[in-house]
Structures are given as C-alpha cells and as structure tokens.
Design a binder for this molecule. Structure first.
Ligand code: AMP
Ligand code: ZN
Length: 476
C-alpha cells in the first residue's frame, strides 16, 4: 500500500513513490540551528519527519534521509562570541547535545547530516552560477542578492500573490525575518552572500565578491544538490519555513541548475504551542527535553505526546498531554502483554522488525497501518491500535500475526514499549516540606498543612495522601 501524503505545492494528497531508477527515496529536511538546545517545537517537527521516514521504510522503500546542520548564521555567530568560543567549538557542543536528544527520542540518524560551514565552496559555486545566469547581482559592499523578479514562478510553493510581493520582513508564521537590510534593488530580493561585517569577528570566508559569509537560504539549496541531486523526492520542514525559506530555496536551485521540479513533494508540519500559548523564553514555557526529563517524564512519553496530534494541525502541548501519554503507553504495554501471553512469547521476544520487510502479515492491525499510510494519521493509528487491543486474540497463530503487525506499526511510530521509566530525584526542600505537612496533618493542624501544600505546589510538585503515608509526583 503506498503512503499518501499532503503536498503543500499542489495542495493535493499524493502517493510517495521513489522516482530514481535505483529506487532510493531522497528526503531533505531542514535541520537545527545549533546555537542552543533544540526545544520541543523543533522536536515535534523532527519526530514527525522521523515517523514519515520510518513509515516509508516499513512500506518497503529505501530512504536516503539528509538533514542539515545550520552552523553559521547571526545566532550561532552571536552565541559563539558571547560564549568566548570559536564558532566551530560552540556549534559542535550544541550539535552533540542535539544528537543526544535525538537518540533519546528514538529519532533515526539521517544517512547524511551535512553542515553549512563544510559546504561553503558549494554555496559559492551556486551563487556564482546565479550571478552568471542573471538571477543575482553584486551590491557595492560585496554582498550578493537574488533578483526575485528574474524568477517568473517565484511564490509557487506558498501560492503568493506576486503583485503584493514587496517585502519579506515577516515569514509565513508571522515572525520577523532576519532582514537582509543592505543595498537591495527590491525589498523582495534576499541575500545569497553577506559581505564581512565587524560583528562577524573571525567568521568570514573568501569569495569572488570579497570576504563574507553565505546567506541562510543558499545552504539548503547547495547541500541538497550535493547530496540528493538537482531534483529529489521530498523536502520537509516546519510550516514557518514554507515562506520565505523554501520559496527561496526553489528559486535559487531551479535558477542555478536550470532544472525545474526541485522537490517533487513538499511536507510541512504545523507548529507546537505550550498550554495554548506560543512558546517563548519570556513566558517561561519554552521546554527542552531536559526540562521535561527533570519533571519526571521519559523521552518515550515525550515522543508519544509530540505525535499525539495530526501533523497538519497545531499541537497544544500540555502536562495533561504527557499524563495521557503515560497512561496510553501503560495501556499499550498491558495490551501487548496479553497478546504475548496468548502467543506464548516473552517480552524479550518482542523485537522491532527489520525494516523493508516484504512480509505483509498485519493480523488485526491492518486498519492501524492504513491510517498511518493515509496522510500520516498518527492519532487515527493510535485509536485503531487501542480498538484492536480491547479484544483478545483468538488463538496462538492469530496472536502471533497480530504481534508481527503491531511490531511494524510501533517501529514506524518509533514507539518502544517496555522502555525504562525515568525516576526523578525528589529535591530535598520538597521532601522537607512534605515531611512537615505530613506531621502537621497528623497533628490535625489543617491550616498549616494547607499552607505547606501550597508551597509544595509552588515548587512544582504534587503531594498525594494515602492512609499510611504520601507520594510525591512531579507536576503541580
Ligand atoms: P531551527 O532550529 O529554528 O532552524 O528549526 C528547526 C526546525 O524546527 C524547523 O523545521 C522549524 O520549522 C521547526 N520549528 C521551529 N519552531 C517550531 C515549533 N514551535 N513547532 C514545530 N516546529 C518548529
Ligand atoms: Zn533549509
């Protein structure tokens, strides 16, 4: 069964099938900017992309997954200078952290993870081709700009009205762009090469137009060309990247190579909000994986929560959602245990499938697989899994077939049952407050006990009373 997916460009549901003669499916994902820890919004996008890759693999397709590392831009340069480190040392630290978080969240490593800094010559070559073909011009200060009016179909991805194309000061998510405020001929033009500025410090490279550094958009055009060719199967990113980043990538790539159809399919995932609000450092709701681990949530529970909404709808990430994920994982494990008993298997015998299996046994989990193949409907897949698990398998053979189907679906989702749970250490001040409150309650000092409970809540913990003692749970 082919995997059907919504395509941003055609706005249609289209089957994902490799077009190359060798059958390899080329997938390019815009990767992280490594100037700090990735947040759970970034991980929503990367987890969805990972789930698509896994689903394609289970459907029998060999995927070549390329995800870049943005290790030179305003934020990385500023961060390195503030940390008193070289750009390379600074970005390596955050790249390592990103990899560790990816591993914890069961994100498969891409086959290629190119870095922008390691592809400066390729970016310069592409910019030179654009200048030579009349699609770019050199400003007085040595910066190079893409000439948007030279690209008649500019805007085709995000269906822009070209007559209104006067500025790119905000992106499609309504956020301010890193405005390239130099000597542009038109406000719509964007920087391909930025001439060296004093604030760049030692971070500049020689080029035919003088010292400087690449603009942001060109890196993905140059790296996708290098690692996947002038046209490839699928390009992915969060919805904020659709315009201008992806629009600019199309313009640069197609104008530089002369080959139309840069990416055959465009896959954009909607953003994550936290407790109904946009994530921001100032509100204090910008969570990293470490923040959630410190609150007692396991990466597997975080992954489940990140996948719990359809990728085309914004996801409201809440602590309640994490609680629901914990219950759902428990329910999944109990259902799977029952199947394993009927099948005569131990937990240790429940192994993830090898990918690209041609075996088509799904048992009763075929509807769950069908949901996943239908525009990556993960919530629908979860629903079908639980519907099926609610009824026991009839016999050993049926249970074994079910297990084979469920194992493939869980591999596609990147969900590992029976994963180790994270136990968080209870901070000593919280433990002390709890002891005092328990003593106050025993002494029937209910006012004192209430006030202590408020202090425990304020510290981010919940005290649950039992007859003979109490439990402490992270989360207020
Ligand atoms: P960045 O590190 O900012 O370059 O972003 C890496 C990826 O995360 C890109 O695909 C972004 O579109 C995506 N992204 C950024 N913020 C969010 C968010 N709040 N929710 C989902 N994806 C996001
Ligand atoms: Zn990109």
């Amino acid at each position: 069964m082919p995997v059907l997916l919504h395509d941003t460009m055609s706005r249609e549901m289209r089957p994902l099938l490799p077009r190359r003669p060798d059958g390899v499916y080329g997938m390019y994902c815009c990767g992280p900017t490594v100037y700090g820890p990735a947040h759970i919004g970034n991980f929503r996008t990367f987890t969805i992309q990972d789930t698509l890759r896994r689903t394609l693999e289970v459907s029998g397709i060999h995927v070549r997954h390329v995800r870049n590392i943005t290790d030179v831009d305003d934020k990385t340069i500023r961060g390195a200078q503030a940390a008193g480190k070289s750009l390379a040392e600074f970005t390596k630290g955050w790249t390592d952290k990103f990899h560790a978080d990816c591993q914890a969240l069961e994100l498969l490593s891409p086959q290629v993870e190119p870095s922008a800094v390691a592809h400066i010559p390729q970016q310069i070559t592409m910019i030179a081709a654009l200048v030579a073909r009349g699609h770019a011009y050199v400003a007085k200060d040595g910066s190079v700009y893409f000439k948007v009016c030279s690209c008649p179909d500019y805007g085709k991805l995000s269906h822009l009205d070209r007559s209104n194309l006067s500025t790119q000061t905000t992106n499609s998510a309504g956020e301010a762009n890193d405005a390239d405020e130099y000597e542009r001929e038109s406000a719509a033009d964007f920087a391909l090469w930025k001439s060296r500025k004093p604030e760049d410090g030692p971070n500049f490279w020689p080029s035919p137009w003088g010292e400087g550094r690449p603009g942001w958009h060109i890196e993905c055009s140059a790296m996708s060309l290098e690692h996947l060719g002038a046209t490839f199967d699928l390009h992915a990113g969060g919805v904020d990247l659709c315009f201008p980043h992806h629009e600019n990538e199309i313009a640069q790539s197609e104008c530089a190579t002369g080959v139309k159809g840069f990416a055959a399919h465009w896959f954009h995932s909607a953003h994550l909000m936290v407790e109904g609000e946009k994530m921001s450092k100032s509100i204090g709701n910008l969570y990293t994986l470490d923040d959630l681990k410190a609150k007692g949530w396991s990466p597997m529970e975080v992954r489940w929560t990140l996948l719990s909404g359809h990728y085309r709808s914004p996801l409201n990430f809440t602590m309640k959602g994490l609680d629901d994920a914990r219950s759902a994982l428990g329910k999944l494990e109990r259902g799977l245990d029952a199947l394993l008993i009927t099948a005569g298997f131990t937990r240790a015998e429940f192994l993830p499938p090898t990918t690209h299996e041609t075996q088509t046994a799904w048992g009763r989990f075929r509807p769950a697989w069908e949901k996943l193949c239908d525009d990556l409907n993960v919530p629908g897949t979860f629903g079908e899994i639980f519907k099926t698990l609610a009824n026991p398998a009839t016999d050993v053979a049926a249970a074994r077939e079910d297990i084979s189907g469920l194992a493939k679906i869980l591999y596609a989702l990147g969900i590992t049952p029976f994963a180790v749970k994270v136990e968080v250490a209870i901070p000593s001040n919280v433990r002390e407050l709890a002891e005092k409150r328990w003593a106050a309650k025993q002494a029937k000092d209910f006012q004192g006990a209430d006030s202590l409970r408020n202090q425990i809540t304020a510290a981010g913990w919940t005290m649950l009373d039992r007859k003979d003692g109490y439990d402490l749970k992270p989360g207020a």
